[in-house]
Design a protein around this ligand. Structure first.
Ligand SMILES: C[S@@+](CC[C@H](N)C(=O)[O-])C[C@H]1O[C@@H](n2cnc3c(N)ncnc32)[C@H](O)[C@@H]1O
Length: 267
């Protein structure tokens, strides 16, 4: 059986082979600093910043931003949107009440925006987004107040993950690699005439324990969105180069690059 979206916990899968918490913390800090600087520069010193957090997940990015703004005069208030109920509950646990606004269970594609925002963020939440959804893309601009700013982060084709996944996806899923990566989004914005500024950040991902099949399965399952027990033996043996390249070097560093695009609404 093939499955497109893994149900396994990331944390449980990786903690044996890499310091997951350390990697995620540094990733969020690197990206969070870019988001925070861009919001500060765009909005100046406004005391209350109304933010819509699209695909808010468990609030890790919102919490990072709260910390990064702590020593400023600006207070971020997040309306938080996610289709997954558990994510919203975790968000409420992780993001302090003083920084929470409306809880919205929903999907960005069908979401009927009630008010414009100072800032909209979508951090690593649009991998499953169909970029033909023109209205959803335009709303990243029209959903802003004058002078407002949208920031969207997605994995770039410069990442090892995208290179490997694109090659292996057809044999695992019987279909072409269908995730939305940063360059897909940027080129759709270009087609639609939505002005955007792009930048790229590399985040450090180091695999400490290599050279065993269990580690190979963990990494493979993450990259290919399958659960470990669904991995068929031939997928691994067919791709010895994947094994050689990724896992059989101690302390292997994976190149993980995110693109961050900024869309502004003119004053
Ligand atoms: C990797 S998590 C990122 C969470 C959060 N943005 C952060 O960085 O801390 C991706 C989240 O996007 C949500 N998501 C996926 N597709 C979405 C959509 N079309 N509209 C809204 N949320 C979506 C998922 O449910 C998941 O919680």
């Amino acid at each position: 059986m093939k499955c497109d979206i893994s149900k396994e916990s990331y944390l449980e899968r990786f903690q044996e082979y890499l310091d997951f918490e350390k990697i995620v913390k540094s990733e969020y800090l690197v990206i969070g600093k870019v988001l925070a600087e861009t919001i500060k520069t765009a909005l100046g010193n406004v005391p209350r910043v109304r933010v819509l957090d699209v695909g808010c997940g468990d609030g890790r990015m919102a919490s990072t931003l709260v910390t990064l703004f702590a020593c400023t005069q600006m207070r971020l208030i997040f309306d938080f949107l996610d289709p997954v109920e558990e994510a919203l509950t975790l968000y409420e646990r992780n993001v302090p009440e003083a920084h929470r606004g409306a809880r919205i269970r929903g999907d960005w594609v069908s979401y009927d925006l009630k008010q414009p925002y100072d800032a909209i963020i979508a951090n690593n939440s649009l991998c499953g987004f169909d970029t033909r959804e023109t209205e959803g893309l335009r709303r990243f601009e029209t959903g802003l107040k004058a002078g407002g700013v949208t920031l969207i982060t997605l994995p770039s084709v410069k990442s090892d993950w995208v290179t490997y996944a694109r090659q292996l996806w057809p044999s695992v899923h019987g279909a072409r690699f269908g995730k939305t990566v940063f360059e897909d989004l940027a080129s759709r914005f270009d087609c639609l005439g939505i002005n955007h500024e792009d930048r790229f950040v590399e985040v450090p991902v180091r695999i400490e324990k290599t050279g065993c099949d269990a580690a190979l399965k963990a990494i493979f399952s993450m990259m290919m969105y399958v659960d470990r027990e669904q991995i068929e033996a031939q997928w691994l043996s067919d791709y010895r180069w994947f094994k050689r390249g990724i896992l059989w070097r101690q302390g292997f560093r994976m190149k993980f690059v995110y693109g961050i695009t900024t869309v502004r609404r003119g004053v």
